[in-house]
Design a protein around this ligand. Structure first.
Ligand SMILES: [Zn+2]
Length: 318
């Protein structure tokens, strides 16, 4: 599953959207220390635990584990251990554990991570740069997104309602609102709207993924528009055909009841043409006349025929 170093960029187009997005986010290293801490706090908030031997962050994805490792290193240079555990029970996918063993820095590290969590729990949201970084950490640990050509769906799986509420609150500080659903013993936050997914990924800094999403969206939109146009033309064609069939019906009735020769010459001429060319448009009929006539002129004559036919029907009715 893990792309080899250096292959990430060029593989972006070919690989799945969710993985490409995760890889793009994993490559972002915030410049400021405040944001580095916030991103690490986002990852640790979901998957960090104090243990008897120190502090562990468990990541289900290699990209997330790498980010945890790099952020710890950047911020604190602690002694670290990275372990890979293969979960037989959960299928093939391994789990990565970044462990900070007992050492003098441990307390400082756990205190600063807990500090971010406490501030956010109290809804003291602070700087936008840090909030974005926090959400990027959360997403890296727990997020995924569906191939946009199939469906618009982005989700973040949390363990508890309070976790979900905190992440949701943080998302809402950016004017976005996500759905919440409980599945088994997990609480999932999700977006179903392409625009919101794009905005959210943009906040996290996944700009290539946003472009990819946008291009799929435009393609879909164009396809829908083309379908609408086709439907619209079909509808118009049906209407034209219906009208000309009624005209033919009118003329046949006149022919039967009083004969076309009893009509004035201009109506005789158009009647004969309509019978001869039942599928011609009004414009085409006008051009077929000896002295060509405009569309509305043709329409006028056909209406006269309709009035005559209607009279004949009325007489018939009595
Ligand atoms: Zn910041």
């Amino acid at each position: 599953m893990t792309p080899k170093r250096g292959e990430v960029g060029k593989a972006h187009v070919a690989m799945g959207f969710s993985r490409a997005t995760r890889d793009e986010l994993a490559r972002i290293m915030p410049e400021r220390r405040c944001c580095q801490l916030a991103e690490l706090a986002g990852l640790a908030y979901m998957d960090g635990t104090l243990t008897s031997h120190g502090y562990d962050v468990v990541a289900g994805q290699a990209a997330a584990a790498r980010k945890v490792y790099l952020l710890f290193k950047q911020l604190y240079q602690p002694r670290m251990e990275v372990k890979v555990r293969h979960r037989a029970r959960f299928g093939k996918q391994p789990v990565y554990i970044v462990g900070i063993g007992q050492q003098r820095k441990l307390e400082r590290i756990t205190k600063s991570l807990a500090g971010v969590e406490r501030r956010y729990t109290l809804e003291r949201w602070g700087k936008a740069c840090c909030r974005k970084a926090f959400l990027r950490g959360v997403y890296l640990g727990r997020g995924s997104v569906t191939e946009p050509s199939k469906n618009y769906h982005l989700e973040i799986i949390t363990n508890t309602f309070s976790q979900a509420a905190l992440v949701q609150g943080c998302i809402e500080t950016f004017g976005l609102s996500c759905g919440v659903v409980q599945r088994k013993n997990r609480v999932t936050l999700y977006f179903k709207d392409a625009g919101q997914i794009g905005q959210f990924l943009g906040l996290l800094g996944a700009h290539t993924s946003v472009l990819r999403l946008e291009s799929v969206r435009v393609m879909k939109e164009m396809r829908n528009q083309a379908n609408r146009l086709v439907n619209c033309e079909t509808a118009n064609m049906d209407k034209t055909l219906e009208a000309s069939l009624r005209q033919v019906e009118n003329i046949r009735l006149i022919q039967e009841k009083m004969g076309l020769e009893s009509l004035p010459p201009d109506l005789q001429e158009i009647s004969q043409l309509r019978l001869e060319y039942p599928y011609a448009s009004l414009k085409e009929l006008g051009e077929l006349l000896d002295v060509s006539l405009s569309k509305s002129g043709v329409n006028h004559r056909l209406r006269k025929l309709e009035a005559i036919a209607d009279e004949l029907r009325e007489v018939d009715g009595h």
